[in-house]
Design a protein around this ligand. Structure first.
Ligand SMILES: [Zn+2]
Length: 316
């Protein structure tokens, strides 16, 4: 029996609204293989779980599996190992993920499940842009806005496990309505869905505008239009960036972490988003806070969550 076979392997899985990403890691956390599949989120819970199992089996091959870590977009109950509520994958609400994984892969394996933004935060902290810092706040800038806060290697999840939900930090008390029911949340001002809402309003009001003619109308195509000089598209990004900067200033003043790490698809807009954000936090955060907290892009890209999901096993 070779060393690797004795030590066994870990699997990290990131179960998202559209994609299932998974990777196989050696016992010391080296990534050995990756798989990317459709998550089957349109189907029922059994279809989604069976996609997860078949991707996992491919990665395991003949190796000895020691643990599976899963990052899921949603609210989890660590006690029961159930997914309580997953807005992006509604079919999984109530699903007993931990016991089903043990049923499928053996009841002796370690199973850890965590919120996807927390998994990405652990990944960047231990193997990405957070390396060497003592405290790091991660913001995921995608269709929605997520957050994860790591202090001295530990996730801060709060009294009920819902801490660091930065997407629902209030930026403007009289601002637009959020999916959570409150007004003016960071996510309701800056996220992919918020940008699309604003772009759709412009298209409706001004059917001759370049935004109205944009097809497909996505954050990326909106960024291209803004880069080409379209005034209305530029104003949308300018506004989103300013709101993001206010959120970052709040984090700097409240937590003063060593690093704030930004990941997610909206980052593809680059300076269209980050320049107005920087102007906002430079004028709104205390000098001592903004000069000691560095704001950086993530380095693991969309694989941060997969790496973070196995972090708890490496510490055993
Ligand atoms: Zn909200």
């Amino acid at each position: 029996m070779g060393d690797e076979e004795q030590e066994g392997i870990f699997l990290g899985i990131d179960l998202g609204g559209t994609q299932l990403k998974a990777a196989r890691f050696s016992a010391n956390g080296t990534r050995e293989a990756m798989e990317n599949a459709a998550s089957g989120a349109g189907g029922d819970a059994e279809e989604i779980f069976s996609a997860l199992c078949s991707t996992a089996s491919t990665l395991i091959g003949g190796s000895r599996l020691r643990g599976i870590g899963v990052g899921v977009a949603g609210l989890l109950d660590p006690g029961s190992g159930r997914i309580l509520n997953s807005p992006n994958i509604p079919a999984l609400s109530g699903f007993a993920l931990r016991s089903r994984v043990r049923e499928a892969f053996g009841d002796k394996i370690f199973v850890r499940m965590m919120n996807d933004a927390n998994a990405a935060a652990l990944g960047e902290y231990f193997a990405g842009a957070g390396t060497g810092s003592s405290s790091m706040f991660l913001l995921t800038l995608g269709t929605g806005i997520g957050g994860g806060f790591v202090i001295d290697g530990n996730l801060w999840t709060g009294a009920a496990g819902v801490g660091a939900e930065v997407g629902h930090m209030c930026i403007r008390a009289d601002g637009p309505l959020c999916h959570c029911g409150a007004r003016g949340c960071l996510e309701a001002c800056v996220s992919g869905w918020a940008l699309m809402r604003d772009a759709d309003q412009i298209a409706k009001r001004d059917p001759k505008s370049a935004i109205a003619e944009l097809s497909p109308r996505t954050p990326l195509s909106l960024a291209e239009l803004a880069s080409a000089g379209d005034r209305q598209a530029r104003a949308l990004w300018e506004n989103a960036g300013a709101m993001l900067g206010t959120g970052i200033a709040n984090l700097m003043n409240l937590l003063n972490p060593d690093r704030i790490v930004l990941v997610g698809g909206l980052g593809g807009a680059g300076d269209l988003l980050f320049e107005p954000a920087r102007r906002a936090w430079e004028s709104q955060a205390f000098k001592e806070a903004r000069t000691s907290t560095s704001v950086k892009p993530g380095v693991l890209g969309e694989w941060a969550g997969v790496r973070g999901a196995i972090q708890p096993f490496l510490e055993k």
